[in-house]
Design a protein around this ligand. Structure first.
Ligand code: C5P
Length: 196
């Protein structure tokens, strides 16, 4: 069975938690596509040319330490604005999306660019303040700075020319600002079950 679930949205909206839960529930493979850009960002920070870094990416790169930090997120969103980097990562993501057995991909452009034919598209969002608070609970530090970084990354991801973050026309929007994560997972699960 070929079945793709595309889950897009801004940082710390709950995409990862929902993706992992529905992938486990339906036995689908899961790809956190943000990790691809984080891994490229880390290589660029180490001096590799951006397109070459994206073309040379191997699975082990996605396990590298330090990819979950705020700084790695900022580095990722800077390389993610480069069309050559995005182009280099498209084929891998498309193959992953259409693999036998079903797949969940979460990111920024899955429903709009990577897999417009996805059977289920979700756009998971929440207010910047609530997302920043969640991120701050994970990473600590200065809460004001975490909010500023969330807003900066949102702006860069939403306003770039190539594959900007936006909901696909046919995406179902889930706003998790005031929603327990269990309810968001239940909604996503029901939507997928209804399309299988
Ligand atoms: O989801 P995560 O916070 O790990 O993503 C890091 C950055 O990678 C995002 O801010 C965005 O700039 C970029 N990204 C992207 N397209 C995706 C996934 C992530 O541009 N599909």
């Amino acid at each position: 069975m070929i079945f793709t679930v595309a889950i897009d949205g801004p940082a710390a909206a709950g995409k990862g938690t929902i993706s992992r839960a529905v992938a486990a529930r339906f036995g689908f493979a899961h790809l956190d596509t943000g990790l691809l850009y984080r891994a490229v960002g880390a290589k660029v920070a180490a001096g590799v040319e951006p397109e070459a870094a994206a073309l040379a990416l191997v699975p082990a790169d996605l396990d590298a330490a330090g990819l979950r930090t705020l700084a790695a997120g900022q580095a990722a969103s800077r390389v993610a604005a480069l069309p050559a980097v995005r182009a280099a990562l498209i084929e891998f993501q498309r193959r992953f999306a259409r693999q036998e057995g079903g797949a969940v991909l979460d990111g920024r452009d899955i429903g709009t660019v990577i897999c417009p034919e996805a059977e289920v598209k979700l756009y998971v969002t929440a207010s910047p303040e609530i997302r920043a608070h969640r991120r701050w609970l994970e990473v600590g530090g200065d809460a004001g700075q975490v909010l500023a970084e969330v807003r900066e990354r949102d702006a860069r991801d939403m306003h770039r020319a190539d594959a900007p973050l936006r909901p696909a026309a046919d995406a179902v929007v889930i706003d998790t600002s005031d929603m327990p994560v269990e309810e968001a997972i239940a909604r996503a699960t029901a939507l997928i079950a209804a399309h299988m």
